[in-house]
Write a protein that binds this ligand. Structure first.
Ligand code: GLU
Length: 286
């Protein structure tokens, strides 16, 4: 089977060296094996994503010399596909509408566990205490016009015995139940990262998901979605996150050296590629 990898950035900023490392790693894995490398823009969040960033990402990858196969998939153009998955899950009674605000959830979690509420959702928030899980049908119908999220009913949806393959670690047991009733569609975005990424990896025939290790925990949930939807299961290769000279993770918010900045400072794509090839150790660390 030929290898298919992808780079799936969210256009909420310009690419920094951490993204470049991820893209380059996925690109190289595909190219070394004579496989395919895909580019996907995960732009479902209309508030944070900007067309200028999307254009900048394509431009920066081309500058770096990372070519992708086939058309770029832009998630915002496929919202109906994600809605169909949600409708399917809803028809099977596996998701339910949730009307709680973030503040409500925080309050409910504190009330349920005053000495420290369990954190642990895949996105780092408090575990959802389940307030809207068993709302009577009449209440749901009456509130249907109100903005609401859609949550997975983990108690019904969880499947025991799921596994995935992680490079370097072998077969890993998937434990999504620990995340509780995760959000699969947000109030403000009629879908979620978890649903869209899993759907698209399946649709696009991705065989090896290469991404940063910050997304490793989410893989447990992705594996469950694959099982619920009958989607194929790719292998995973989560790579370490690049840090700056002081050991801090490179992040958009810090305006970590973007490829744009480096280019403007006269640094060539070849130098950046050499640096990526050498493992991307922080400048001054080696
Ligand atoms: N869109 C996600 C991000 O930019 C990455 C998705 C993935 O590689 O699974 O963080």
């Amino acid at each position: 089977m030929s290898i298919v990898t992808r780079f799936a950035p969210s256009p909420t900023g310009y690419l920094h060296l951490g993204h470049a490392f991820s893209a380059w790693t996925a690109w190289r894995r595909a190219r070394m094996a004579g496989g395919r490398f895909l580019l996907r823009l995960e732009d479902i969040d209309p508030v944070r994503c900007r067309p200028a960033y999307a254009a900048g990402i394509l431009d920066d990858l081309a500058w770096l010399g990372l070519d992708w196969d086939g058309p770029v998939r832009t998630q915002s153009a496929h919202m109906d596909e994600y809605a169909a998955v949600l409708a399917d899950l809803r028809g099977r009674g596996l998701i339910y509408p949730c009307f709680c605000s973030r503040a409500d959830i925080q309050r409910q979690a504190v009330a349920a566990a005053p000495h420290g509420f369990p954190m642990g959702g895949p996105d780092g928030g408090p575990l959802y205490p389940g307030t809207c899980r068993d709302l009577p049908g009449s209440v749901r119908a009456a509130r249907a016009h109100e903005p609401h999220a859609l949550r997975l009913d983990m108690g019904r949806a969880a499947i025991a015995g799921l596994t995935f393959r992680e490079e370097g670690a072998g077969v890993v047991a998937a434990g999504p139940a620990a995340f509780g009733d995760v959000v699969l569609a947000r109030k403000e975005t009629p879908s979620s990262y978890h649903l869209c990424v899993t759907h698209d990896d399946a649709l696009q025939g991705v065989t090896l998901v290469v991404r940063g290790e910050d997304l490793k925990p989410a893989t447990h949930l992705h594996r469950l979605l694959q099982a619920l939807m009958g989607w194929p299961v790719p292998d995973y290769a989560h790579h370490r996150l690049l840090t700056d000279a002081s050991g801090r993770r490179l992040a958009k918010r810090d305006k970590a050296a973007t490829l744009r900045d480096l280019r403007a400072a006269g640094i060539g794509a070849g130098a950046v590629r050499d640096w990526l090839e050498s493992g991307g150790s922080p400048p001054g660390a080696g």
